[in-house]
Ligand binder design. Structure first.
Ligand SMILES: C[S@@+](CC[C@H](N)C(=O)[O-])C[C@H]1O[C@@H](n2cnc3c(N)ncnc32)[C@H](O)[C@@H]1O
Length: 271
């Protein structure tokens, strides 16, 4: 069954503002996989669970047509409003029922989303819509992120871990699929030719405000906010105060960096 999170308008707009594209390193891993597999058809790529489109746009430089799909109307509305090239379009639909013909898609990707899907139904759709020799890349950033600023990395990362611990009691069960580095996703992919990479590192430039905004995009934070609005808001305020104190700055626009590990499950149909 599909898990209906990320649906609210407010959640969708924090997404557009604070989420980031898959890091360069991950993009390199994906494109060199397609090269190794000698993929020659670049007609149609689909980004399933595209949210407000951050993970969709980078495909536009390689594929003739890119379609981002998401179960959430609010997310797709945000994606449509944001600037995007003419070869990118968006559709509301569940990952478990993709509106594409059999054997019609060259590449399916999903960033920070596949763990939310009903895996058996989604994988059936993947097998159905992919062309023979079509490829997939299912990837996510992991939970062991680090915040870097001058010599405060350890303390800042500790603050992040405490934030995560407080919100984790509101985590959906499907977050376990991220905790196991996509092993379950790997096992569910019905292709012989597949691999799982667990050590793709990337750094994303943020500001303090951006970090706090990003934290608020977490589904577990949004669930916490619905259940205990006052406690959730004060967690953000307190986290903000502690981050500024540790960094010894007062401006929310002070830049810092978030370093993240990513995992990717890559596969090729029929080869
Ligand atoms: C963490 S967000 C990732 C969004 C985007 N890929 C990104 O990188 O920012 C997960 C997205 O998956 C979508 N989603 C969850 N379950 C879904 C399903 N069953 N079918 C399609 N989309 C789904 C949510 O609506 C949400 O936009």
């Amino acid at each position: 069954m599909a898990t209906r999170l990320f649906e609210g308008k407010d959640h969708a707009s924090v997404y557009l503002k604070y989420r980031f594209s898959p890091p360069e390193k991950l993009q390199e891993v994906v494109f060199s996989y397609l090269e190794n597999k000698k993929v020659t058809s670049f007609q149609l790529a689909v980004d399933v669970g595209c949210g407000s489109g951050q993970s969709t746009l980078w495909l536009a430089k390689r594929f003739e047509k890119v379609v981002g799909t998401d179960i959430s109307e609010a997310q797709i509305e945000e994606a449509k409003q944001a600037a995007h090239p003419a070869n990118v379009s968006y559709l509301v639909c569940p990952a478990e029922n993709l509106p594409f013909k059999d054997n019609s898609v060259d590449f399916i990707m999903s960033f920070a989303a596949v763990h939310w899907f009903d895996l058996p139904s989604f994988m059936k759709e993947v097998e159905r819509v992919l062309k023979p020799s079509g490829c997939v890349a299912f990837s996510t950033n992991c939970l062991d992120m680090q915040l870097h600023y001058k010599d405060c990395t350890e303390k800042l990362t500790e603050i992040f871990q405490e934030f995560r611990k407080r919100t984790f009691e509101y985590a959906n069960d499907r977050v376990r699929r991220v905790q196991d580095d996509y092993q379950m996703v790997f096992e569910a992919l019905p292709f012989q030719d597949k691999q799982r990479i667990t050590d793709i590192y990337g750094a994303v430039p943020f500001t303090v405000a951006g970090v706090l905004g990003y934290f608020q995009t977490f589904s577990m934070y949004q669930t916490f906010l619905k259940a205990e609005p006052e406690a959730a808001k004060s967690l953000i305020q307190n986290t903000e105060k502690r981050i500024l104190e540790v960094m010894g700055v007062s401006s929310l626009e002070t830049p810092l960096e978030m370093r993240m590990r990513h995992v990717a499950v890559l596969g090729c149909k029929n080869s």
